[in-house]
Design a protein around this ligand. Sequence first.
Ligand code: TK8
Length: 361
Amino acid sequence: MSKRLISIVVVFMMAASLFTGCLSSSKTPEPAKPAAQAPASSAPAPASNTAPTAKKVIKISNGVNEQHPTYLAAKKFAEIVNQKTNGKFDVQVYANAQLGDDVKATEAVKMGTLEMVIPSASPLVGIDNDLNVLDLPFLFPNEKAADAVLDGPTGTKIAKKLEDANIKLLAYYENGFRNITNSVREIKSPADLKGLKIRTMENSIHLAAFKAMGANPTPMPFSELFTAMQQKTIDGQENPVPTIFLSKFNEVQKYCTLTGHVYGPHLLLINKKLYDSLTADEKKIFDDAAAESKKFQRQTNRDMNKNYVAELRKAGMTVTELTQEQKKAFQDAVAPVYTQFEEKIGKALIDEVKAEIEKNK
Ligand code: TK8
């Protein structure tokens, strides 16, 4: 590990531990009780005369911290699998990109040197071109439409391309609607973004959209973001409210505008070869645990998305809500991006997603 990476990890760990202290005194919803507190499994303990077989360790990497719904849901997934497989598997969850950023950790899952990962979809478009469709700005009007697309045949189709890269999607968790924060001024129109250096994910549609809105976008991995804002090498970033609050971005960012410009999922991914090697019963346990943890994840994320706007304001951040008319100015500014990327994404897929949204919004 480079010195720089080590220092970033240390800073994140310190931030996380400080934050844990803070949380206990705030009105943060209680994280769900681990499955260990659920009624004990009725399955018999392994017979004592059989030699203990080594547990198969499954590591799940994710880039957010231990308070994030994605991490909490991964823990839930782990507990369910560990319990229901009677200790055959030891699923472990790692936060804060300890096992690599979204791209690196996903590459590791592809290679089979890491078992599972929960990245954003946006930086994975190099692996699955179909994921690009989700990055079109202002595509999803609400979470209901996003659920319908992702949980339906279109979501299955989009995820299918990952299998060519030896990666299987177990569930679409939610990252959520992304909002712009910055340390310079309140943003009410694209003109206010002019010249601001905004970190985006490593995704060409996001870059194009922010250029179209007048900003000066710079891609970088999530784990470098806090330090970059603190050192003011960038002015701002964009992420959903739960991430902004839980990552304490309000400590280095004064303004937040609820643009909701892109809806992003977090993808619960497993090495396909590993998944294929499971017995039918084990596959069902993994699938069910994915479905159950997804339900919990989305609900927790949506609750936090509602509740944390007030928390951000309490913490001194200026949170700006846009009128319909103000929002339209942002939508108009990014409209050319649709034509620009139509060929790359494929008109048929864009139309399919739009039709699904129309039916389900
Ligand atoms: C965490 C990322 C994060 C995403 C980003 O690994 O990079 O801004 O929103 O949640 O996936």
